[in-house]
Design a protein around this ligand. Structure first.
Ligand SMILES: Nc1ncnc2c1ncn2[C@@H]1O[C@H](COP(=O)(O)OP(=O)(O)OP(=O)(O)O)[C@@H](O)[C@H]1O
Length: 514
């Protein structure tokens, strides 16, 4: 999955002739984009200064410089001294100053990305947000939105919000991979509200497609909360609406729907999506699965406005999704946030904060990780306990007794220590660390729903586990799970005790450790 293909969407292969229409429209957008603040415009104009400085008649040179992946400090790798020409009227000092400022900005951006574990690829990626206040200073964000963030208790943007919002506000398309619960909804709703500015009666202007009705309803609720105080027409495509609305008269700024209902409305009810300016595909990995992809495709086609801005969000980014994304997007930026271990902790926290059904048994790879996870959950007031090999037999038995008696709701364990222990009435098993064999997987999930009761099993995985996903797919399918098609199409791999080196389970930044 991680390809290190930093030149993805970089524009190196951009065919100007073929996409001349798009090229023109991006140019237009840039000129008419009145949301860009002074600072952003300054950056834009500086970039175009560099454009002129480095490349009169030498476009490749400029591309090499701006296509470099802006990650870590690699940004300076290919920065070459600029050629000075007679054609521009700048002095060498001015050019040097401009370059210096540009490098400073790139360094600042790289630091923010590094701190928040944001990885981007694509050309000329807009700077990530340092805080919500920048939305106002850089993009002229209206007060109601900032006020709503404060009322909802959002103090600072989450990593995906830091990077996706400026990209979309700069008129660029993006596809983003960020863990569950990382605030993706706000990441696409905020720029949408800012760009739409105010309610209009010009037909549907923005569409958000979600794979399930529940998610669509939740997104509509979030959207309304974020738009509070501003009269936008935000509509959820309910069964009622799809059957009875007169779509020719429907006032709708933002329409949120499943692909099925949208496709139905387009085909049978003459819903016109030709004016849609923003299209969001949420949970795109699910949307691109076989049973939905055709419906999604017809919606994407119906959104025929040539100036449309598309963005795509997902908690996983399998190659198949990335390939499909590429077919519908132009010069998009790829954002990957909080990959791996960090994402797992976030997902677990969200599960415990939202909907869960204790008692829950959580499996990790070794005793060190069991202790680390226990320390993290202890902060969240989750009634958790842990059993590991450093505890005495009595301590372990007490932990299990408390779990059985309902005094603790979450028990963290390793495979070894859990072997032979009877955990009756476990409602959910969470494989926090991917099992190291199919037998371990069966053993773990067999702990839930015993004696005829139904149970739930959640398995979290990171990139290093992906090659082994297929190995548990059959067991998942046999226990009634809907296994995504892309997992079924992976090759089976020999297990060889899959216990990868994982980052520690730790939310405290490393530089704060004593
Ligand atoms: N900047 C923020 N600060 C604090 N909380 C936030 C912020 N942005 C969003 N949230 C909250 O975080 C929670 C998760 O957000 P959201 O549902 O958008 O995540 P998600 O990435 O879309 O997850 P999922 O994949 O499950 O849909 C929500 O309760 C939301 O209100």
């Amino acid at each position: 999955m991680e390809k290190g293909t930093s030149f993805l969407f970089s524009g190196l292969t951009f065919n100007r002739k073929k996409f001349s229409g798009d090229f023109e429209r991006f140019k237009e957008k840039k000129e008419s984009n009145d949301l860009l603040s002074n600072e952003a415009s300054l950056i834009e104009s500086r970039n175009s200064e560099m454009d002129e400085i480095t490349m009169p008649g030498k476009k490749r040179k400029r591309k090499a410089m701006f296509s470099e992946p802006v990650e870590g400090f690699n940004v300076f790798k290919s920065s070459k001294s600029a050629a000075v020409t007679e054609e521009n009227n700048q002095t060498e000092d001015e050019i040097a100053q401009g370059k210096k400022e540009l490098y400073r900005k790139m360094e600042r951006d790289a630091l923010v990305r590094k701190k928040h574990n944001i990885h981007t690829s694509g050309s000329n990626v807009p700077s990530p947000l340092q805080d919500f206040a920048e939305l106002k200073s850089r993009y002229g964000c209206k007060r109601y939105l900032i006020r709503n963030f404060a009322e909802l208790g959002f103090k600072e943007p989450t990593p995906i919000q830091r990077q996706a919002i400026p990209i979309l506000l700069s008129g660029r398309e993006c596809f983003a991979c960020a863990p569950t619960g990382s605030g993706k909804t706000l990441a696409f709703v905020c720029p949408m509200l800012m760009k739409l500015k105010q309610a209009s009666k010009d037909g549907v202007r923005a569409v958000i497609i979600c794979p399930t009705r529940e998610l669509a309803a939740q997104t509509a609720r979030e959207c309304k909360k974020l738009a509070k105080g501003k009269k936008f027409y935000i509509k959820l495509m309910t069964k009622q609406l799809v059957k009875s609305a007169d779509f020719s008269k429907l006032h709708c700024d933002i329409l949120i729907s499943t692909p099925f209902r949208l496709q139905f409305a387009i085909r049978k009810r003459k819903l016109d999506l030709s004016r849609v300016e923003y299209l969001v595909l949420d949970e795109s990995d699910k949307l691109f699965e076989l049973d939905l992809v055709e419906q999604v495709d017809s919606v994407v086609k119906a959104c025929s406005n040539p100036s449309i801005l598309r963005s795509l969000y997902s908690a996983t980014l399998p190659d198949s999704v990335e390939e499909l994304a590429r077919t519908i997007m132009h010069d998009a930026v790829r954002i990957i946030v909080g990959r791996n271990e960090e994402g797992k902790l976030l997902a677990l926290r969200q599960t415990f904060a939202e909907s869960w059904n204790p008692p829950v048994l959580v499996f990790v790879q070794n005793k060190e990780r069991a202790k680390e996870l226990y320390r993290e959950l202890a902060f969240d007031n989750v009634r958790a306990d842990v059993i590991h090999a450093d505890l005495s037999q009595i301590q372990r038995e007490n932990a299990v007794d408390n779990f059985r008696a309902g005094k603790t709701w979450v028990l963290i364990a390793t495979d070894v220590i859990a072997r032979g222990m009877d955990f009756k009435g476990v409602n959910c098993v969470i494989n926090y660390d991917f099992p190291d064999s199919a037998a371990a997987y069966i053993h773990r999930i067999g702990r839930s729903g015993r004696a005829g009761r139904s149970g739930e099993a959640i398995t979290l995985y990171t990139e290093s586990d992906v090659p082994f996903l297929r190995n548990i797919a059959n067991v998942m399918a046999a226990s009634g799970c809907d296994v995504p098609a892309w997992i079924m199409s992976l090759p089976k791999k020999k297990w060889k005790k899959h216990r990868p080196q994982r980052d520690a389970i730790l939310t405290k930044p490393k530089d704060e450790e004593e």
